[in-house]
Design a protein around this ligand. Structure first.
Ligand code: SOE
Length: 389
């Protein structure tokens, strides 16, 4: 079958733009793909740094106006790696121009926006995907298979934390992720979104939640200049923090399982500590992103003398995605979660299937984020619903 080049236009070239560029370049080098990404046009506002990024990441051209980009006839797929307030306008315009749309998480800043985005891609009949990359850790894929195969039996608990500390210093400046008009929310939409998506991927849909959002530092120095990671240079003028620093909530799943979730940027000492534990009648599993090539497994059916948590190293060729890379024991990293996601999504699209996770997942995740925000205000349990209030 002849290979098809999928010409990509990507909006945004900071942290996620860097991760996506690498994944688009590397995926065809490790996976046999009938549809291959072509790094056609990189889009951003600042000409100089944009050109430097395009050169460094391997993009053919640059564009400073995303509205022109989405209208180009020579572009097949729009990648939205811009801040949250731009997810909806860019994705909807791209879909209306018949482009496939791959968007960073969370899908949008509000449930209303997320629903409008899903309606736009459905109306246009275009493929759509959301970059919940942690589903594509081989250990997470193994966890899903173990649950589907009934190894854990009836699931009682999903327990997750996503702990960072990059803004625990009060002198850290007001970057876009701390501005509600741009980011929509703080740790809640940024990292609780990930453990929500993992919970849905592994345990299923949410019934209701009860939560609390907290902002510890109410004022910070305004930003003087950004960098290509999470930070920037502080100015001497102070500004208001308009998002949460931490999000905590309880959940009840439609299956009857219950969950606890904690996402914070103030877990001093924790850098990107994304960890979940699932307890079922047949045993338990534990995943920790900082040890992402391993899955801890306790088999309740082992004999009493042998019972204990074992460590499965998910680098054997029998494990998902592992055979694309190195021999057993040669571990992979954070960037491979994006490579796996791209390879799987392009493979599905080449077979006429929509990638997973999709905008449908994005909307369902957004409905949970929304319900927790409502609960934090109402101080009571709130039902999860994708229907607009
Ligand atoms: C910052 O919290 C961040 O870059 C998130 O935006 C990403 O989604 C997460 O994977 C790593 O941390």
């Amino acid at each position: 079958m002849s290979k098809r080049k999928i010409r990509i236009g990507m909006v945004g070239y900071q942290f996620m733009g860097k991760a996506h560029s690498n994944a688009y370049r590397q995926a065809p080098r490790f996976f046999d793909m009938d549809w291959e990404p072509e790094l056609a046009v990189l889009c951003g506002r600042t000409e100089g740094s944009l050109r430097a990024a395009a050169e460094k990441f391997g993009w053919q051209e640059t564009e400073t106006d995303w509205r022109r980009l989405v209208e180009r006839k020579d572009i097949d797929l729009i990648d939205v790696s811009a801040p949250g307030n731009l997810h909806a306008p860019i994705s909807i315009a791209a879909a209306e121009n018949g482009k496939m749309v791959w968007c960073e998480k969370p899908l949008a800043n509000t449930l209303g926006e997320a629903v409008a985005m899903k309606e736009a891609v459905d109306r246009a009949g275009v493929f759509h995907a959301i970059f919940h990359n942690y589903r594509y850790c081989p250990a997470v894929q193994l966890a899903r298979k173990m649950i589907e195969d009934g190894v854990l039996g009836r699931i009682y608990h999903f327990r997750a934390v996503y702990l960072q500390d990059w803004i625990a210093d009060p002198s850290f400046p007001l970057v876009w992720r701390l501005d509600k008009t741009i980011a929509g929310s703080g740790a809640h939409g940024d990292i609780a979104a990930h453990i929500i998506d993992l919970a849905r991927f592994l345990v299923g849909e949410f019934e209701e939640v009860c939560g609390h959002l907290e902002t510890f530092i109410k004022q910070r120095p305004k930003l003087a200049a950004t960098d290509d990671r999470l930070g920037g240079v502080a100015s001497s003028e102070m500004g208001e923090v308009t998002v949460d620093d931490a999000s905590m909530f309880l959940a009840r799943f439609e299956s009857g399982a219950i969950g606890t979730f904690e996402a914070t940027r103030f877990a001093v000492g924790r850098k990107n500590h994304n960890r979940f534990e699932i307890n079922g009648s047949g045993g338990s599993i534990v995943f920790n992103l900082e040890r992402m090539n391993e899955l801890e497994f306790y088999n309740a059916n082992d004999s009493a003398e042998h019972r204990g948590f074992q460590l499965i190293q998910t680098t054997d060729s029998v494990h998902p995605f592992a055979s694309a890379y190195w021999p057993v024991g040669h571990i992979i990293g954070y960037e491979h979660t994006f490579i796996n996601l791209v390879a799987d999504g392009f493979s599905r699209m080449s077979r006429g299937e929509n990638p997973t996770p999709s905008f449908e997942d994005g909307v369902r995740n957004q409905a949970i984020l929304d319900a927790v925000e409502r609960s934090s205000g109402s101080r009571r349990w709130e039902k999860v619903s994708i229907d607009q209030p």
